[in-house]
Ligand binder design. Structure first.
Ligand SMILES: Cc1cc2nc3c(=O)[nH]c(=O)nc-3n(C[C@H](O)[C@H](O)[C@H](O)COP(=O)(O)O)c2cc1C
Length: 217
């Protein structure tokens, strides 16, 4: 069976969360979204390792692989609390239910030259995209978070100066929206929004539209 049919068959989110894409966009991409309602069900070691291995295979400038993951499982209460406490309260409120929290860091310089890598965070973002898609393929969900105290994270997690802080991530299985504090419930079932392609795609000049790429056909 192709991956195309499997993903929508296992899609367990609210219908509005399935992305309203053009036909042909891969089902994995359609099915990925960022929930806040996580179940207490744990992630197996094998699935967690698979997700991190998918990230390992992201493309990067000069194959530098600047991404690093600091991972805390709820089964290790001290580690989990350490990461959870770094999140802003609005993220703590829902992320505390997830069985895995991560914080990403990105090496600012190329090894071994030490020259600045201006694509470090770009490539770290690609690794995160692999996490999102691999999690979706496994019936899991991941939610990125900018809302955490990066300065305190650097101190508490002993992240060296040569690494910039990337996103925090909550990872786990989906739970029904009513398990969330009330203020987050509407967001859990609302339609996902995107800018139209013509605001995102130009020809070989800034803002110059490419008619063949922006028509709705
Ligand atoms: C780097 C990054 C940081 C984010 N920070 C937060 C955050 O701090 N809190 C939050 O609730 N959502 C956060 N999000 C989730 C975005 O709001 C979400 O991806 C966006 O609204 C699109 O929704 P979708 O992922 O369901 O398509 C973040 C996402 C990314 C990729």
């Amino acid at each position: 069976m192709s991956m195309q049919s499997t993903v929508t068959e296992i899609f367990d989110g609210p219908p509005a969360k399935l992305a309203d894409t053009l036909p042909g966009v891969h089902e994995l991409i359609r099915a990925r979204w960022s929930p806040r309602s996580f179940s207490s069900r744990d992630i197996s070691d094998r699935d967690l390792k698979t997700i991190l291995d998918a990230a390992r295979w992201a493309a990067s400038s000069n194959n530098e692989q600047p991404w690093r993951f600091l991972v805390a499982r709820k089964s290790d209460a001290a580690a989990f609390e350490k990461l959870l406490n770094l999140l802003v309260p609005a993220n703590q409120a829902w992320a505390k239910a997830a069985p895995v929290l991560m914080i990403m860091a990105s090496k600012r310089t190329f090894s071994p030259s030490g020259s600045p890598n201006r694509f470090a965070m770009h490539d770290t973002g690609q690794a995160l995209a692999h996490v999102f898609l691999q999690a979706t393929a496994l019936g899991l969900h991941a939610h990125g978070m900018a809302g955490f105290d990066a300065e305190r994270a650097r101190k508490d997690l002993h992240i060296p100066d040569d690494y910039e802080l990337g996103a925090a991530v909550a990872l786990g299985y989906l739970a029904p929206p009513d398990q969330l504090p009330e203020r987050y419930r509407d967001g859990e079932i609302s339609k996902r929004q995107r800018k139209p392609l013509n605001e995102l795609v130009f020809g070989a000049d800034w803002n110059q539209p490419v008619s063949s790429l922006i028509s709705s056909e």
